[in-house]
Design a protein around this ligand. Structure first.
Ligand SMILES: NC(=O)c1ccc[n+]([C@@H]2O[C@H](COP(=O)([O-])OP(=O)(O)OC[C@H]3O[C@@H](n4cnc5c(N)ncnc54)[C@H](O)[C@@H]3O)[C@@H](O)[C@H]2O)c1
Length: 204
């Protein structure tokens, strides 16, 4: 079995990634503290209930499952909340990610995929955003994600950690088989809110 450690595997995007990994012949090992995730979204492999702020629980997961790669989706990701509780966002997202990256390197694992965000770009007028645009976040969520990108660049240079970064915009949709879907509480994402609003308008 080739294991991939999936942080946030009980969340929206992570649970879909677990399904794709399983179908591709890997075993996705979810690592999640269920702060916004759902136990019944874990259907495609084993899980470890742990918190990225607890380095020992990450080390234990590496020791037990020996993953060949990490897909890191776990984060707090509400923009508004990040401005009222910036410390929580820097702690959870940056310190949690640093723990994970250090544990990855310590375990000799060389492959890391990171879920960043379009919020690292901030608001730029009259610009078609691409990967080469300046990253000028305007909230603590985006700033915390940009900081993690910097950490990864450093660990890539110093420890040869191969890494890929995704800066998603508005992720939408659900597994066509209906095995997993999107369920954020509260929902703050654009596409489901638009769909809810249009259904509400039809109903009235
Ligand atoms: N959904 C989007 O449109 C979108 C857009 C851009 C970026 N992203 C990024 O993609 C990733 C996944 O987003 P999502 O919509 O699936 O979010 P989600 O809230 O559904 O999933 C996040 C998961 O991480 C877990 N988690 C959070 N902190 C943890 C910690 N300290 N230790 C262990 N587990 C922890 C949560 O319990 C949850 O299961 C996030 O990093 C987010 O910033 C999402």
């Amino acid at each position: 079995m080739t294991n991939i450690l999936v942080t946030g595997g009980a969340g929206y995007i992570g649970s879909h990634a677990c399904k794709v990994l399983k179908n591709a012949g890997y075993t996705p090992v979810t690592f999640d503290n269920f702060i916004t995730g759902w136990r019944d979204a874990i259907k495609f492999g084993p899980y470890v209930e742990g918190d990225l702020l607890d380095r020992a629980s990450i080390d234990a997961a590496f020791a037990e499952y020996q993953p060949v790669g990490v897909m890191h989706f776990a984060a707090l990701s509400q923009v508004g909340e990040s401005m009222t509780q910036p410390g929580t966002y820097w702690q959870n997202n940056v310190m949690g990610s640093l723990n994970l990256i250090e544990a990855t390197v310590a375990a000799g694992c060389k492959n890391f995929v990171f879920s960043s965000t379009c919020a690292t770009y901030g608001e730029q007028d009259n610009v078609v955003l691409d990967e080469n645009c300046a990253q000028l976040p305007i909230n603590a969520y985006g700033a915390s994600k940009r900081a993690i990108e910097d950490i990864l660049a450093n660990f890539g240079e110093s420890h040869g950690l191969n890494h890929v970064i995704f800066r998603y915009f508005n992720v939408a949709g659900a597994d066509p088989d209906g095995e997993v879907g999107e369920f954020h509480q509260p929902e703050t994402h654009l596409v489901p809110l638009m769909l809810d609003a249009s259904v509400a308008n039809v109903a009235h």
